[in-house]
Design a protein around this ligand. Structure first.
Ligand SMILES: *Cc1c(COP(=O)(O)O)cnc(C)c1O
Length: 364
């Protein structure tokens, strides 16, 4: 029950373990093309450009930064935790002048504060973390998308802990880049960086004055490859992660068969059942408001007088593995439970039972 890598569907693992075919084999060309097309459905960005690369979620963040930032560009980072800080550091490497707006732990940055920053200075791009995995706080992309449109600023959504588990309407919300990794709510073992860029983002990249300084991430290298596979032709820049892409094709198919609306409802229901049970046990959530709490994971404070390490050991004895805290300032004060992807009601029930048992044992 950790927030990634999650548990995977047997059919996904079966595809991963199938004999490896050539990246130019006709069957693989179909798979790759299907993945690119299905991503645009899951992201709800029909006229976007999808990219699939071998790497983790951080590589998807790097791809966004490398292609959209030129030295001296101003970038606004809206940070709700650990991964916002990472985006700020990353953008600086490409020469961005970064302003960072930090939320208090467990809260979001107030809309008025973001708007004030946009009014004061002209930014080229702003990033935000849809669900920050360190705090379990979810940001409403509608607000950021609308501000991006109003102030003509590109919007980049870090959806590594949201895409496939939270509502996602990239076009409808005017989000320019939405990126994720395979191992979280998309439901595929670690190793794929996934990104969908709007036409506005692609235009911003095309009108760059300075070449992209990161060779591997440069869209000049990858755009022709993605286009070729979408059109049913093989093409080569770097060998694609053939088996992971086969597994991704199965997982995206399962996601679309379940239906995005059903999938989001399932995540929402299981998340609120879990939080309700935690509240019933007298435990407090890190997100201050229920409306800011993510559906893909929860962050729960340890009760007073209970040592976190003892609690996690006790949970493991019930065969339920949860994750420790991640936000540096509060690291030892809370734990995290992932409930995304193939998660079901019995997983939630077992986790709640393990928490209850741990509390009983530690209070003795
Ligand atoms: C996990 C995560 C990342 C980093 O992804 P890696 O695959 O570990 O590189 C970035 N942002 C968020 C919100 C995440 O949850």
């Amino acid at each position: 029950m950790i927030p990634g890598p999650i548990e995977f569907e047997p059919a996904v693992l079966q595809a991963l373990g199938a004999p490896t075919v050539s990246h130019t084999a006709p069957g693989f060309i179909d798979l790759f093309g299907n993945c690119l097309r299905m991503m645009k459905k899951v992201w709800e960005c029909p006229d976007g450009q999808a990219f699939i690369m071998a790497g983790s979620g951080t590589l998807a963040m790097d791809m966004a930064g490398a292609n959209l930032i030129e030295p001296g560009d101003k970038a606004l980072v809206i940070s709700t935790g650990y991964f916002g800080e990472r985006f700020a550091e990353l953008l600086k490497r490409y020469g961005a002048q970064v302003k960072i707006l930090r939320a208090e732990a467990g809260k979001t940055v107030p809309e008025s504060e973001i708007e004030d920053a946009l009014r004061d200075e002209k930014f080229k791009l702003m990033t935000f973390t849809h669900v920050d995995t360190s705090t379990a706080v979810r940001v409403d992309p509608r607000l950021i998308g609308a501000l991006g449109k109003k102030y003509d600023v590109l919007t980049v959504l870090d959806g590594v802990c949201s895409v496939g588990g939270e509502e996602m309407r990239q076009s409808g919300w005017d989000i320019d880049v939405a990126l994720t990794a395979s191992q979280k709510a998309i439901g595929v073992p670690p190793g794929l960086a996934l990104l969908v860029a709007s036409q506005r983002a692609m235009d911003a990249w095309k009108s760059r004055k300075v070449p992209v300084s990161n060779y591997y991430c440069d869209w000049s290298n990858w755009l022709p490859i993605m286009r070729a596979y979408e059109q049913g032709r093989p093409s080569y820049f770097g060998t694609p992660a053939v088996n992971l892409i086969a597994a991704l094709e199965v997982s995206l198919r399962l996601i679309l068969e379940e239906g995005m609306e059903n999938r989001i409802t399932r995540h929402k229901e299981l998340a609120s059942e879990f939080r309700y049970a935690m509240a019933d046990l007298g435990l407090r959530m890190l997100p201050g408001r229920e409306s800011d709490a993510a559906n893909t994971l929860s962050a729960i404070y340890f009760p007073k007088g209970v040592a976190g390490s003892d609690f996690l050991t006790s949970m493991a004895k019930s065969d339920v593995i949860v994750a420790p805290g991640l936000l540096p300032s509060l690291k030892t004060e809370y734990f995290r439970v992932g409930h995304m992807g193939a998660v079901n009601r019995s997983d939630i029930v077992s986790t709640v039972a393990a928490v209850e048992k741990a509390l009983e044992q530690l209070k003795k």
